[in-house]
Design a protein around this ligand. Structure first.
Ligand code: GLN
Length: 309
């Protein structure tokens, strides 16, 4: 087995020299300002070691990766009842698509497309004010990252709010089907803010530990969720975590992962490592070009794919 520190360094060096980097998300104006020439990687292993390279300590907007944390909280709150509100099947459609919602009467395909994540946020809001729910989400992120400096970028949240016509449409559509219990503006306000949480690769790899290690924080004896729940969230990440690029990500990388349009990807190598990569250039599905490529190389070099090989 090659040494992980060497593999991580070599991957970062290769990514630095790549010309084809995709395009930064431009539909959220604040994200369009992020320089394209950045790449970071952080790998936290079962022995409690952290390996990083490149821009692993630069904070970025985690965007849809936050949907993993809100899903964890919503399952903790209502358990399997969550599946009355949102499905568990890959959508095969872009993350902000509305077409399936009409056929499926306002029940989103899965918790990772935007409609599904807004429905999950609505579940978290039951009986609470938006501010309280946002506080709960941020506290959870800080707890699993073991870092109280994890914060929300208000500029990004505002930028998304003023241009969030599609997300507003999705939320209203669900409301029309009586699939939203709280005011649409409350659910959207919390959603835009949790997408605007910023983390570094190092913080994100820390935050993913509970998914990589059967619900526990290794070395701490702390159980965040049950191993069964971690396994199920990982299954959803594998099948739905990259939207209509999920099949290709499974084919190339072979690990559960969740991407965000900030260019981050959180990936789980069960019982082996929690991995975070970031590079802001995206492919047409909204997944980081260099991030996916780096993970493909890492999984191959370390033989970490859940499919063997
Ligand atoms: N906040 C983004 C949106 O709602 C999240 C999308 C993503 O990261 N894929 O469009």
């Amino acid at each position: 087995m090659p040494r992980l520190d060497t593999v991580v360094e070599e991957i970062a060096a290769r990514m630095r020299s790549r010309e084809e980097r995709g395009k930064v998300a431009s539909y959220i104006p604040e994200l369009a300002k992020v320089p394209l020439d950045q790449f970071g990687i952080a790998v936290f292993t079962a022995d409690g070691e952290m390996f990083t390279a490149g821009d692993a300590d630069i904070p970025f907007s985690i965007q849809s990766i936050s949907k993993v944390f809100t899903l964890t909280l919503a399952l903790g709150k209502v358990g399997d009842q969550l599946w009355n509100r949102v499905g568990r099947e890959p959508s095969g459609h872009p993350f902000n698509s509305i077409v399936q919602l009409e056929y499926e009467k306002g029940k989103p395909r899965n918790p990772f497309i935007n409609a599904g994540a807004i429905a999950v946020t609505d579940v978290l809001l039951a009986g609470h004010q938006p501010r309280e729910v946002l506080g709960e989400i941020l506290r959870f992120c800080r707890f699993v990252a073991d870092d109280d400096t994890v914060a929300i970028d208000e500029h990004v949240a505002r930028s998304e709010k003023v241009t969030g016509f599609l997300n507003t449409a999705l939320a209203n559509y669900m409301k029309a089907f009586k699939m939203m219990e709280n005011p649409v503006e409350h659910a959207l306000g919390v959603y835009f803010h949790h997408c605007a949480i910023t983390m570094t690769c190092r913080q994100l790899a820390m935050a993913g530990r509970y998914l990589a290690f059967s619900g526990r924080l290794p070395g701490k004896g702390v159980s965040v969720i049950s191993s069964e729940r971690a396994r199920r969230i990982n299954a959803l990440m594998l099948t739905c975590g990259h939207y209509d690029g999920s099949g290709d990500f499974a084919f190339r990388v072979g690990l559960p992962g969740k991407s965000g349009v900030g260019g981050g990807i959180l990936v789980v190598a069960p019982e082996k490592a929690s991995i975070a990569v970031w590079s802001p250039g995206l492919d047409p599905h909204g997944n980081s070009v260099l991030g996916s490529l780096a993970l493909e190389q890492l999984a191959k070099a370390m033989h970490w794919s859940v499919f063997g090989g």
